[in-house]
Write a protein that binds this ligand. Structure first.
Ligand code: 1CP
Length: 361
């Protein structure tokens, strides 16, 4: 919330005001693509690291230092508020979040507690805000559906069948589960902003497995409940999900400023679906970072040109950095976007054919 970041390009673009720069950061920019991260994390448990003030601070700063990105994102995980509420969850290497006791009935829902102490995380946010100066820190949480999918399935899943069966078959249990999770996430997000985060992102990573009617009925009200927890806090809100091409207009809530577009939809199509009332974020395919530099730049330029037609555009991937991505490729791309991005965007704006969704120069 600090005034130091009020004029940062990311904040300005999120608000839909013109920027001279093209702001860029990368989802999952901290983590396994960085050798300095792997060295620091060696041996320790992921969720323990998320509650260690010094580790959170250092790991959050690593990609900013190395790549010169225009925002930091707090090193944490979407299951952190579940751990802070007493849920028995661990993050297993190469797997992801795993629940000791999957939640499948009313009694299990009732055992999910209130959000406990997150003081060590808030201390990291405050330290980071001070060290980052005019670079914004993005706080985040998972959206209730995505968190519920881990709670119900017990771990990562492709189709989320048990989650959907509970959603359709036991709507009262579903409602109670999503309300509890929404309050945990909303409160966790609120604490991050009060400690100094200057923007927030809600990750509804797996909402794209639903059709629009189910999304609107069983999922969106609870994401709105998360947002209600920070309704009085003046920070831009980014809303992102994977495979959400069919849901984009439904995700463009009036309470959010930016909609994240995944890589399966062209940014131009995404902008058309989202409308003029929101800024957009995205959407280079994470795998593009494994291609030759000329290909990466060509695809990035196409996205910047399409983004020029939105009220604001934050350059990013269409999902997280793949773990085996070469960190130097990211550093080079950030420098290139900072150097060439404004001219590419200006060219697109002076060219009436821009934003037609075509990839290429
Ligand atoms: O030991 C390790 O290094 C484990 C890998 C790892 C890391 C670095 C996990 C396990 N989480 C994280 C950090 C993390 N998680 C961040 C850090 C900040 C950054 O982006 O730089 C963020 C934003 C998240 C958010 C997160 N966790 C999401 C939403 C974003 C997305 O990628 O869709 C999700 C779905 C999770 C769950 C999770 N945690 C970890 C893994 C491998 C997964 C996904 C598991 C699955 O496929 O279901």
């Amino acid at each position: 919330m600090a005034g130091a970041t009020a004029d940062a390009a990311l904040i300005t673009a999120a608000r839909g005001r013109p920027t001279t720069e093209v702001p860029v950061w990368f989802m999952r920019q901290a983590g396994r693509s960085l050798p300095e991260y792997r060295a620091l994390r060696a041996g320790g448990a992921m969720l323990d690291a998320c509650f260690d003030t010094d580790l959170v601070t250092e790991i959050t700063l690593q990609p900013v230092r190395r790549h010169g990105v225009d925002a930091a994102i707090l090193f944490s995980d979407i299951v952190v508020p579940l751990r802070a509420a007493g849920v028995a969850v661990t993050i297993e290497a190469g797997v992801g979040p795993v629940m000791a006791d999957p939640v499948r009935d009313a009694a299990a829902v009732a055992r999910i507690g209130e959000l406990g102490d997150t003081g060590s995380i808030e201390a990291a946010v405050t330290a980071l805000t001070r060290q980052l100066g005019s670079t914004p820190l993005i706080g985040f949480c998972g959206a209730p559906f995505t968190l519920a999918s881990y709670l119900v399935e017990g771990g990562p899943s492709r189709e989320h069948p048990t989650t959907k069966a509970l959603m359709w078959g036991q709507p009262a249990v579903w409602q109670e589960l999503l309300e509890r999770v929404a309050d945990l996430c909303g409160e966790f997000l609120r604490r991050q902003v009060l400690a100094g985060a200057s923007a927030v992102q809600i990750f509804d990573s797996w909402a794209g497995t639903l059709n629009r009617a189910d999304y609107e009925r069983f999922v969106r009200p609870y994401t709105e409940r998360v947002l209600a927890h920070i309704a009085d806090l003046p920070v831009p809100r980014i809303h992102f999900g994977v495979g959400t091409g069919e849901l984009l207009s439904a995700m463009a809530l009036p309470q959010v400023d930016v909609v994240g577009v995944d890589f399966r939809v062209s940014l131009a199509d995404g902008i058309a679906r989202i409308g003029a009332g929101h800024s957009v974020q995205g959407n280079l395919a994470p795998a593009a970072l494994l291609a030759p530099p000329a290909v990466i730049r060509e695809r990035t330029a196409a996205i910047i040109r399409q983004g020029a037609t939105a009220r604001g555009h934050i350059m990013n991937l269409g999902h997280g950095v793949l773990p085996h991505t070469d960190a130097e490729v990211i550093t080079d791309l950030v420098a290139w976007i900072h150097e060439e991005g404004p001219a590419i965007r200006a060219g697109a704006l002076s060219n009436p054919a821009a934003g037609d969704g075509k990839v290429g120069a």
